[in-house]
Design a protein around this ligand. Structure first.
Ligand code: MN
Length: 277
């Protein structure tokens, strides 16, 4: 199943039967603030979503005629692993490595959706790069999670682009500009991804294929990331983990279109524009 957020905070699901607006069946108020509705749905998925799909208030929709939004807009945290592919370490001449240096955080407010625009701040002479990553959504609370149990904490997967200003300022700041974390176009539930350690991920800028790699080449694998992150911080439903970029990162310019596609998950294209004055 895919979970979607669309048309101003509405929540729906895409199943083999089609696409459904479950907003009313789930009792979701799209206008509620803070916008944690999808986090609540992820936390109570088994109790709420199958029942909502059977509810007469579930409305069939045409997926092509709705505007998809970032599926999780207000997570408890957005964890990201740097330097997690050998060839990316080499291209960056990086001494960092995910299994040694661990993770960093990106501002939750950097999240944006499949129909949003990546807005580049005005930083003359600086490069702003794309990083093509598999995004993991945590399904239940966990602390000190073992490798053996790690996959059972995963709710689902999305495409994630970790945008970053290259340079020497604090990494958290360089990666936390608004719109610097495109995430979507939906959450694919974990049951539909039999082997997350064998997913081809690709990223294009305009028609140029820049990144083309497989999650089997992760240095710190997915169970290892969950084990390490949960040793430090209690993982909560709806938390997002950016798993690290493979080689092929590079700059984007206003007017570009960035497209990401991950096997079994889907894809999305975002326009890039310069910030207004
Ligand atoms: Mn990254």
């Amino acid at each position: 199943m895919k979970l979607i957020r669309f048309d101003g905070g509405r929540i729906g699901a895409v199943t083999q039967e089609g696409a459904f607006d479950l907003t009313d069946a789930l009792g979701v108020d799209p206008q509620a603030w803070p916008p944690v509705q999808m986090v609540q749905i992820v936390a109570h998925f088994a109790d709420r979503v199958p029942a909502a799909l059977r509810d007469p208030r579930a409305k069939r929709i045409d997926l092509a005629s709705v505007r998809l939004e970032v599926p999780i807009v207000w997570p408890n945290k957005l964890i990201a692993f740097p330097a997690n592919y050998r060839l990316h370490q080499l291209e960056m001449n990086s001494k960092n490595q995910a299994d040694i240096n661990g993770f960093f955080l990106k501002a939750n407010s950097s999240l944006c959706g499949p129909n949003d625009t990546i807005v580049l701040p005005s930083l003359p002479g600086r490069e702003i790069h794309h990083e093509c990553e598999l995004g993991i959504v945590i399904g239940r609370r966990g602390k000190n999670i073992s490798r053996a149990d790690a996959l059972s904490y995963i709710f689902g997967y999305s495409c994630l682009i970790d945008m970053v200003v290259r340079g020497n300022e604090e990494r958290v700041m360089r990666k936390s500009w608004d719109t610097f974390c495109p995430f979507g176009p939906w959450i694919v539930t974990a049951d539909e991804v039999s082997d997350p350690a064998n997913l081809q991920a690709r990223l294009w800028v305009n028609d140029e294929l820049r990144q083309d790699a497989n999650t089997r080449d992760l240095i710190l694998d997915i169970p290892g990331m969950i084990e390490l992150a949960s040793r430090v911080a209690t993982l909560e439903p709806g938390d997002i983990i950016a798993t690290g970029t493979p080689e092929g990162v590079g700059p984007v310019q206003p007017g570009d279109t960035v497209r990401i596609e991950i096997e079994r998950i889907g894809g999305m294209s975002l326009k890039v524009e310069a910030a207004g004055r």
